[in-house]
Design a protein around this ligand. Structure first.
Ligand code: AHR
Length: 499
């Protein structure tokens, strides 16, 4: 095979949009061992005085999460938030229908708020649109955000929280298009219910921002009609429209899987078109942005039924190198589409469909942990409109795709930038020329790389550091040009500084 080549053309004046800090969010659901045994494990010697696992908190802080969505997920649609507040010994033990598990309610809204502040992330709460009604949605906003002097606010105060939590981001239900959802609705039924819920929630607190349920994925038979109908009804009362999607190499077709960004971008483009259509049809001055609030790789088939046990092991996905390279492309898509995607939450932050797994004695970090950590810590300022000319790789699912998937950021204030490069080839390095076209003098400060020789390589408890992001020699920039050979199956990050 002829050697693969690429040219990456950068210009710090050629920008896409500011990168919303909320793109680096996570999702925590009462499912399996995400909350119990993940975030919260008061019996563990590794827990702090509030019952939070200290090693988990540290890893979450290292990943610089900005926002956490909670409490579900499918769990949300059967949840009565009143079960999870007040004295712990009076909280009910319930059968939880979404995951057929036992919910002890020892962790609820107030513990979640404390957890968010422990990792410096903003809370994003969901209101139940399945078994829940607009009354309970309105009451939860009052409970969280109102000052003293009314029933629900005073209940919060009686639970030990004098100051309002000031929760800004609110999801109006979860995946209500899915027949699997408790209390599933048709698009027009959901649109009307969401409109009324969002309306009263904003009457409770006009500073909040609401997220409408979009299609659960791009394969739903109702997609994208669901999105159009719900948006047309609820448009003026919502600020974001949600997207969910779980990727997977289901057919064992690694070249196509490694081109996942193509599909992800198509999905965004369709919904962006839907947003524009609805805004025009409604003659609206209001804007609605996308919130990709469940995204992750998930396909390896771990159990989903808890058989009425507490904190069962559910969906504890093992991630390998090819999964990490899909995560890297996903993050590239967020940057390239930063003009319309303003919130994104990886599902989930620990144990359940997560790159972090706990055991009583420690924590395992899977390869995609390192990918997310690099991007969430380094992508700042504006996303750049990078021009990439690269050798083409053939795939069964998407035809010819460029060998490299690239995004970049530049922060005018600090003059620091970052370039994120995925080499999709399974066997070939890509000889890459980076060229800055803005005439600034630039240097590459550091370079990091996650790479391996087998797409199925993974970390394990026995070999936890097999795949991590390692520092590599930073290429030298000469006359606005640098070159680097990117190994096959690799993710490389270059940090830059203009002088
Ligand atoms: O994250 C796991 C589940 O996936 C969520 O509960 C649901 O919203 C989605 O189908």
């Amino acid at each position: 095979m002829a050697s693969l080549k690429a040219q990456v053309l950068l210009d710090t004046n050629r920008t896409i949009a500011p990168i919303s800090p909320l793109l680096f969010g996570g999702f925590a659901e009462h499912m399996g061992r995400c909350v119990y045994g993940g975030i919260y494990d008061p019996q563990s010697p590794l827990a702090d005085e509030r019952g939070f696992r200290k090693d988990v908190l540290e890893a979450l802080r290292d990943q610089a999460y900005t926002v956490i969505r909670y409490p579900g997920g499918n769990f949300l649609s059967g949840y009565n938030w009143l079960d999870g507040v007040g004295p712990k010994d009076q909280r009910p033990r319930r059968r939880e229908l979404a995951w057929q598990s036992i919910e002890t309610n020892q962790f609820g809204t107030n513990e979640f708020i404390q957890f968010c502040s422990a990792i410096n992330a903003a809370p994003m709460l969901g209101v139940n649109m399945g078994t829940g009604d607009i009354q309970s949605a309105s009451a939860l906003v009052e409970y969280c955000n109102a000052p003293a002097g009314s029933y629900w606010a005073d209940l919060r105060i009686s639970h030990g929280f004098r100051d309002p939590h000031n929760v800004r981001y609110w999801c109006v239900g979860n995946e209500m298009d899915g027949p699997w959802q408790i209390g599933h609705l048709e698009a027009n039924e959901y649109g009307k219910k969401a409109l009324e819920a969002a309306k009263v929630m904003k009457w409770q607190d006009p500073t909040i921002q609401t997220v409408l349920c979009g299609s659960s994925n791009d394969q739903m038979s109702t997609y994208p009609e669901w999105d159009r109908i719900a948006l047309e009804i609820a448009w003026e009362h919502v600020d974001y429209h949600s997207m969910h999607y779980y990727a997977g190499n289901r057919n064992g077709d690694t070249p196509s899987y490694l081109a996942s960004a193509i599909r992800l971008e198509n999905y965004v483009d369709t919904l962006e078109g839907t947003l524009r259509y609805v805004k025009a049809k409604r003659r609206s001055k209001h804007d609605v942005f996308l919130s990709w609030d469940e995204w992750q790789v998930w396909y390896k088939g771990d159990p989903l039924n808890g058989n009425w046990t507490e904190a069962p092991h559910l969906a504890e996905e093992i991630y390998n190198l090819e999964d990490a390279l899909v995560v890297a492309q996903w993050l590239n898509v967020f940057l390239r589409k930063s003009y319309v995607i303003k919130i994104a939450c990886v599902a989930q932050i620990v144990n359940v469909i997560s790159w972090l797994h706990t055991r009583p004695d420690g924590l395992l970090k899977q390869p995609s942990y390192y990918v997310f950590k690099l991007v969430s810590n380094l992508a700042r300022g504006q996303a750049l409109d990078v021009a990439v000319k690269a050798s083409i790789l053939e795939t069964d699912q998407y035809g010819g795709v460029p060998a490299l998937d690239v995004s970049a950021s530049y922060d005018e204030e600090t003059q620091q930038g970052a370039i994120f490069l995925v080499n999709r080839s399974i066997t070939e390095p890509v000889l890459t020329e980076l060229r800055w076209q803005d005439g600034k003098t630039v240097q590459i400060d550091s370079a990091w790389q996650l790479a391996g020789s087998d797409p199925k390589e993974a970390n394990s408890w026995e070999e936890p550091n097999r795949l991590t992001a390692k520092p590599i020699t930073a290429p030298v920039v000469d006359s606005g040009c640098a070159s680097i050979s990117l190994p096959p199956l690799s993710f490389t990050v270059l940090t830059t500084r203009a002088q």
